[in-house]
Design a protein around this ligand. Sequence first.
Ligand code: BES
Ligand code: ZN
Ligand code: ZN
Length: 499
Amino acid sequence: MNIEFSKSMPRKSASPSALAFLSFEDTVLPPEAEEIDLALKDSIQNALQCVDFTPNIENLADLVAFSRHGPTRVILVGAGRKEPIDTLLLEKLAAHAYNAVQTSGLKTLEIRFPTSCPQEAAHIALGVHLASYRFDKYHTDLARHKKPGITQVRIIVKDVEGAKAAYQALAFLADAIFFTRDQVSEPANTLYPSEFSKRLTDLAVPGLEIEVLGTKQLADLRMNALLGVGQGSARETQLVVMRWQGASNDSQPIGLVGKGVCFDSGGLSLKNCKGMETMKVDMAGAATVASVIYLLALKKEKVNVVGILPLAENMPGGQAQRPGDIVASMSGKTIEIVDTDAEGRLMLSDALWYCRQRFNPVLMVDVATLTGATVALGQEYAAMFSSDNMMSEQLLEAAGQEGEQIWRLPLARKLQKKLESSVADLKNYDGPEGGAISAALFLEQFTDGCPWAHLDIADVAWNRSSPCPTTPAGATGFGVRTLSRFISNNYRKHNNGTI
Ligand code: BES
Ligand code: ZN
Ligand code: ZN
């Protein structure tokens, strides 16, 4: 799909296309309609008489208007009261318009929203771009009414060059989000650890370094907690290190760690079918971290970041780890495996420790589809835990600016006793009460005092329906926006060298 910015031009001929306008409570029919064709305006007014439309946000009137140029599909997108519209809402309104005509058979959508600045036009483009995501590579015969037909989206704006420039960075953001969505959507028979790491190696952005550690190197590093998770699978367990050094070599990096379970069957503590069918999503944390670093590299941000992605498949093969096993993690701490389905914390324990020891980061953020317990927050909020109030504030602020919702939960110290084992230093599971909290407390044991935050994205990485117009049902790409904004807001070096 091609997105272009263009100045408003009088229409000469109308090849069948769609026009989208914003509609407000006090001006249901917008002045932008007048600009193009008076006859069309009357026709929209006539068509409006046949529908019951109040221009509230989320409402939309899908009309056909007739003028001397022929029929035109007209989409009036409800925008509520006439108040300044922020860029996040503009993204959604534009996406709403696009979704209405995506599979209509029309090829062109022209968006004529009242934009005053190029930045707004760029966000309109981003909204459409994000809404256009499809993962239909495995359909061999897609029904016509399901095929996206829009190939051209034209956004009307005065300052065309300004809009193009503003869109550059946002197009990179969309690429990064699509990278996450693509990897998370990929089924586990095609995306297993070595395929995932190959795709990361193939990213080929100048300056982006990718290192892949295999089983032998992980054993040498004594990452037994990670290796234990993958030992029941026929696929090799790996750990990928991604580095972007946009700042001077001596500045400490930000550490990002992402859970990369390419499929979580539960292992010998096997899930039942209902809980298992969506478990290709369990590498979403790793995909998010990879995309954030990819994005920072595309944007050549002046910041040093390292991403640690432990990749494994949790399977119940003959070599599988057993409940009751005890593993010695890289940190030296021993862990009793009570439930092999609580595997994410095992992999992350070695990954966090490795990140801390090898790279001495200023802070670490891990992202993981870690626990079913986040069901408490629904599909609305990701859960956040943090040992550091400032980091936590910065993450909440970045999430708010990017339209992603996260909610801080407490690291309730009393639950620490749930980690105590009678046979080892820690155990990996002790029942469902406070499940997200005890998992976070477990991870904290491996941060070695480094300022740290943990995002549990189990319930937001995959949308069963499409609650937001810019996020089609399926893989969401949640977290890419928040984390990249968090880093750019707070840790990017400015040209004068300050942060
Ligand atoms: N991968 C799951 C968590 C998950 C749940 C991710 C739903 C995405 C959607 C995790 O490894 C897991 O199995 N957690 C269990 C552990 C327990 C049964 C030992 C949990 O928290 O319920
Ligand atoms: Zn599990
Ligand atoms: Zn899991």
